[in-house]
Design a protein around this ligand. Structure first.
Ligand SMILES: [Zn+2]
Length: 102
């Protein structure tokens, strides 16, 4: 039996996550760094800007099923709660950062 997923809350530097974040949709992902869309879940790098993906998040919030699916597809990436990221980034926008990303 596989271990269950539990969420760990930790401080995170949004500015260091954003350039390496793959935002997962239902079949493909988007690059948070350059906004390229239609990226394969298997991609190690963004085909457009070349950034190395280290994090993955999903627009489908609060779904254990979705989290499990992404963990299975990309166990090498750190799975983040995209809603948390969005909220923190929105606060950062007051300082002119991440404009147009979200
Ligand atoms: Zn990119």
């Amino acid at each position: 039996m596989k271990n269950p997923l539990i969420r760990v809350w930790q401080e995170a530097d949004i500015k260091s996550i954003e350039p390496h974040l793959l935002i997962a949709g239902s079949t493909t992902g988007d690059c948070a760094a350059c906004k390229e869309v239609g990226i394969s879940f298997e991609a190690k790098n963004c085909p457009r800007c070349g950034t190395v993906f280290r994090y993955i998040g999903t627009r489908i919030s609060n779904s254990v099923k979705e989290a499990k699916r992404l963990r299975e597809k990309r166990p090498d990436l750190i799975l983040i709660e995209f809603q948390d990221f969005k909220k923190a980034a929105a606060r950062g926008k007051a300082h002119g950062f991440l404009d147009g990303v979200l």
